[in-house]
Design a protein around this ligand. Structure first.
Ligand code: E4P
Length: 218
């Protein structure tokens, strides 16, 4: 399973890239707005820090402008993944860009039917939003199970399931259990994965007992 971080905060991205466990980055207009930075400069900087796919979302909603924006974003670096919304115009843009060899992430997916369309449009990734479904009392992880099952029925669907809108580590573990290819999570949730109170307690005990030996390994 690949781990992407869902943020436009370059300091957080550098911090997580240092762990050696980060496979990519997703951004969206709301995350970019929080930084107050130039979008194009920010995408270039993120692509320098992370080798894997970096999702950069188009800002318009009509086909012609999305296509032009997507082409401009794709020129920033080889690892840019153009992110388009799951609309008829977005899928048309996806088809056009992916036919040219550009990676595309189709975002704002909330149903299995939409995920089928994203795969048919040649998306590299589809982003189903589990947290936002949970927020309205629907079954976010159920959607992931449906999409993974459907995609596995067709060898020629190459689209990876990128679980998005993740709220907690359980979403990540459940995604892994279901065989989703990628998760994208906020930095805080990725950092939570490391934590267990028994790890802290056990380590404190080992350190204290080692000191009693009076030895040094180095
Ligand atoms: C994914 O690409 C989106 O940026 C993201 O996961 C949305 O998450 P949210 O529902 O927490 O805003």
């Amino acid at each position: 399973m690949k781990f992407f971080v869902d943020t436009a905060d370059i300091a957080e991205i550098r911090d997580l890239a240092d762990t050696g466990l980060l496979d990519g980055v997703t951004t969206n207009p709301s995350l970019v707005a929080k930084t107050g930075r130039s979008f194009l400069d920010l995408v270039a900087e993120i692509c320098d820090v992370v080798d894997g796919p970096v999702s950069a979302e188009v800002a318009s909603t009509d086909f012609e402008t999305m296509l032009a924006e997507g082409k401009k974003l794709a020129k920033i670096a080889d690892n840019v993944t153009v992110k388009v919304p799951l609309t008829p115009a977005g899928l048309k843009t996806c088809k056009a860009l992916s036919s040219e060899g550009t990676m595309v992430n189709v975002t704002l997916c909330f149903s299995p039917a939409q995920a089928i369309l994203a795969a048919k449009a040649g998306a590299s990734f589809v982003s189903p939003f589990v947290g936002r479904l949970d927020d309205i009392g629907q079954d976010g992880m159920g959607l992931i199970a449906d999409i993974v099952e459907i995609y596995s029925n067709y060898d020629y669907f190459k689209t990876e399931v990128l679980v998005a809108s993740i709220r907690n580590p359980i979403h990540i573990v459940d995604s892994a259990r279901l065989g989703a290819h990628v998760v994208t999570a906020p930095p805080s949730v990725l950092k939570q994965l490391f934590n267990h109170p028994l790890t802290d307690k056990g380590l404190a005990q080992f350190v204290a007992d080692w000191q009693k030996t009076g030895q040094s390994i180095l």
